[in-house]
Design a protein around this ligand. Sequence first.
Ligand code: CTP
Length: 395
Amino acid sequence: MRVILGVCGSISAYKAPWIVRELQRLGAEVRVVMTPDAVHFVSPLALQNVSHHSVVVNPYAPEHQQGGSWHVHWARWAQLALVAPCSANTLAKLAVGLADNALALVLLSLPQGTPVRLAPAMDPDLWLHPATQRNARRLCEDGALLLEPEQGELASGMIGPGRLAEPLELARWALGQASLRGRKVMITAGPTREAIDAVRYLSNHSTGKMGYAMAAEAQARGAEVVLISGPVALPAPSGVTLVRVDSAEEMLSACQQHFSVCDILIKSAAVADFTPMLVSAGKLKKEHLGEDWSIALRRTPDILAWLGEHKRAHQFLVGFALETDHAEENAKAKLERKKCDLVVLNRANQPNSGFAGDFNTITLVSQQGLMALEPMSKRECARQLWGAIEARIGG
Ligand code: CTP
């Protein structure tokens, strides 16, 4: 495959020569185009040496003028364009169709239908800025595929989403050789809210971080992902179909709607186990409720158990268990009772585990036994989990 690699001004541009090598190892021929800022982070000479092609930084440099418009020839030569790392500035330019440097010019010159892959890398505030998110969304709407930046420690010392994926993973994703290509995945994430009245609800401390990390990783591995999410403050990973729900009932009906076309079902949501029997349409006034007030609750539908009951032989079902006491015993019982293929056990009362934090400590529980993993970031955890799922479902 003939690939144009665009490199932008981001500290992670130091990975660019390595990305070229991985693309080549996977069978690609690579030409590199750089923004003027990128040369502060990686040398055009290094990229020229590894790619065996001259690198374009200045679109008007005399050496690129033989044979007429180089950008048209390059754009027609390419079967795929990958921008890695892609800066916030380049995302903005591509989103509005500017062509004021060599990279933007050649991307804008690509014939319709040429696949475009973007791997943004930047500090979290830049990535999460509404303008950057809007540009990313617009580019996805225009047909580009975007690899969500990874969570982790960044060169600036900040911690958050912004890291460029590792070169081999990135190259596989770009070339469509990702391990979950062709698979459909349904993931539930976050808490549910069970309304008491017009302003109050019952819920829990789930932030959705683990489920969103699972969705981003599945998307990076080439899966088609439906993310059914309770109310959380996280942006949806790009390229993922997001279905927002509030209550357990709504989550059940979204799952029922999507599950039959999916191959892998990940039930990481922290579904409220009980919901009020009566919901008041208006706001309940405390003077009418007295000093002590109790509300009658009923059990919510057990969505995981429903999925376990209805799943077909080819579908792989992953449940989560959040436990404090007799954790492993309870997780094993859940595996059986809810007919899961795998249960991911978190401990609610341990550091680096469970709700809200960026780290998790999990144990995989299946018919084959238990596998305890070290504490690690939720993104790394998602990677390990997908590795384990892939090993079980086979090629
Ligand atoms: N779950 C669900 N629907 C519910 C409750 C839980 O789908 N109404 C799913 C969760 O998404 C998770 C798994 O069941 O994958 C474990 O949930 P958890 O609440 O820990 O376990 P329960 O089996 O509900 O039992 P308990 O609360 O007593 O531990």
